[in-house]
Design a protein around this ligand. Structure first.
Ligand SMILES: [Zn+2]
Length: 146
């Protein structure tokens, strides 16, 4: 048995799958190209111009601060640095890696949809990782208040 995952039509599902696939491929490709450092990212000796708006203006880290540097470290095989920049970086990096075969499989399945168990497992995994990132940020914010 198969179900379309949270979308109204197979055409809409394909657009979502392609968008998520492109996002994950772009993020992982960027992780392999950019070089991480304590003060940001660099590419061919140039500083990456994009920084966290929340951190730049208020000095407060957002839920994803350090995730890019974590991804770049993990792409180089440095798990310790990946954990240093964001404690959930390795988990999110693994999720991005797993999204690629999942989305390709979903696109290959087309109108037949994805296996129900796999779709539910995927949805639970994404939800758990998202919740973990949110809880991690709440703990950080709580540390700022206390
Ligand atoms: Zn941030």
């Amino acid at each position: 048995m198969s179900i379309p995952v949270g979308v109204a039509s197979p055409g809409h599902a394909a657009v979502v799958h392609v968008a998520v696939l492109a996002t994950c491929v772009a993020a992982l490709a960027g992780a392999f190209l950019l070089r991480p450092s304590e003060d940001g990212l660099g590419l061919l000796g140039c500083r990456w111009p994009f920084h966290c708006w929340l951190y730049e203006t208020l000095g407060i880290r957002c839920a994803l601060c350090g995730m890019s540097r974590s991804f770049c470290s993990l792409a180089r095989g440095d798990v310790v640095a990946g954990l240093h920049f964001h404690r959930l970086g390795p988990v999110v990096f693994a999720l991005f890696c797993l999204e690629i075969p999942y989305r390709l499989g979903a696109l290959a399945a087309g109108g037949r949809g994805i296996n129900t168990r796999l779709a539910r497992l995927h949805l639970c995994t994404v939800g758990l990782v998202g919740a973990a990132v949110l809880v991690n940020w709440m703990v950080y914010l709580g540390g700022l208040i206390l």
